[in-house]
Design a protein around this ligand. Structure first.
Ligand code: UD1
Length: 358
């Protein structure tokens, strides 16, 4: 069997890591295509190096642009690559513009497409990720759902015949890295002079939070007003928008810092009192590490984190200081995101269904 994975943005490199491992162990031929959506070394190369992912076989180098320009630039070159490799499966990940471009290219070439992390829904049609998810799920031949809730959404859209629940591959990599960093002190503690349990970790990058300067200012003010130091791991998009709007990312108790590599991020979260974020992945990582999370969004795709009491959604960032000071939620041993072996299941589902082209 031959799989061609298309990735381009930071969370996709994390998901690729356990898939590349499992493919290697199963002796599956695996071609990796990097679209170049993320190009900063701290958003891209560092993940390949430290998570042991083989270097991409093909790099498209598309870079930034409006959604149409970026997606179109990927589409215009993916046809030739998919046609050259003619894999049994094109595997697409998550909900970025790279996901949609690869799904559209493959389906039109009649090459089977599998969507990893299928069925997530925010039901917020203002989010670019929501368009990408819905369109990719409806184009794909095999929908690899991470949770029962995701499979339920696919069933509601008439897609249950193409759906299989495999668990969440982010759990696979998180458990591995958690064990690797368990005895390692977070680099942030020494660099910033922080105490374990005495600070929070924050990330903000979503368009709906960064692109309106009034909204962005209110979020930064909310974080800065916390009673404990808040380390803001600033995505380049956030830094660019804050610079243009003249918003200081180092005010009050807020300390801005460059994005961290994956191991350092997990170590920093494990030693923190809480997480404040608008990232889907980090909400789940906080839950899996049992660190309380506050999510600056009106909804979440990862509803289990909220239902189990470990994640609070907040629209008005003025509530962040209060939520960071809330008591620790009740312990739970629930495992809505699988057992850490999702990637093996993905490879075996793909192998079972691989065959002559449709
Ligand atoms: C993308 C995904 C989002 C995912 C996020 C993870 C889409 C629609 N969004 O958002 O779902 O959660 O990745 O980080 O695909 N930039 C750089 N260097 C880079 C990459 C981006 O400076 O390496 C800057 C550019 O100014 C760019 C902006 O960040 O215009 C936005 O980047 P883009 O890849 O378009 O979207 P993200 O916000 O990263």
């Amino acid at each position: 069997m031959k799989i061609l994975s298309v990735v381009g943005a930071r969370p996709q490199f994390v998901k690729l890591s356990p898939i590349a491992d499992a493919a290697g162990r199963a002796g599956v031929e695996h071609v990796i295509v990097h679209t170049g959506q993320h190009y900063d070394p701290m958003l891209s190369d560092v993940f390949f190096t430290e998570l042991g992912i083989p270097a991409p076989d093909v790099h498209l180098g598309v870079g930034s642009g409006s959604h149409g320009v970026q997606t179109g630039a990927m589409l215009s070159v993916l046809d030739a690559i998919i046609d050259e490799h003619r894999p049994d499966w094109v595997l697409v990940y998550g909900d970025t513009n790279s996901t949609l471009a690869a799904a559209v290219s493959a389906v039109k070439l009649h090459v089977p497409v599998a969507h990893l992390e299928a069925g997530l829904r925010s039901f917020n049609r203002m989010m670019p990720e929501e368009h990408n998810r819905v369109l990719t799920d409806h184009a794909a031949d095999l929908l690899l759902a991470p949770t029962l809730v995701a499979a339920g959404h696919l069933a509601d859209e008439g897609l249950s015949a193409r759906t299989v629940v495999v668990g969440d591959v982010m759990t696979d990599v998180l458990y591995r890295v958690r064990d690797e960093v368990a005895t390692r002190r977070s680099v942030l503690l020494d660099e910033l002079g922080l105490e374990p349990g005495g600070y929070a970790v924050a990330t903000i990058h979503r368009a709906e939070n960064t692109d309106d300067p009034v909204r962005l200012r209110s979020i930064i003010e909310g974080l800065a007003a916390a009673e404990l130091p808040v380390v803001l791991l600033a995505h380049p998009r956030l830094r660019a928008r804050a610079d243009v709007a003249g918003i200081d990312l180092d005010s009050g108790n807020l300390i801005s810092h460059a994005p961290l590599a994956y191991h350092d991020l997990i170590a920093a979260v494990m030693a923190s009192r809480g997480v404040v974020t608008d990232s889907g992945g980090l909400q789940k990582e906080a839950f899996l590490l049992r660190v309380p999370c506050t999510t600056i969004r009106t909804e979440t795709e990862w509803v289990e984190t909220v239902e189990l009491g470990w994640n609070e959604l907040v629209e008005d960032a003025a509530d962040v200081p209060r939520l960071l000071a809330r008591p620790r939620p009740a312990a739970t041993d629930a495992t809505p995101y699988g057992d850490g072996h999702a990637a093996e299941r993905v490879i075996s589902e793909l192998s079972e269904r691989a065959g002559p082209a449709r």
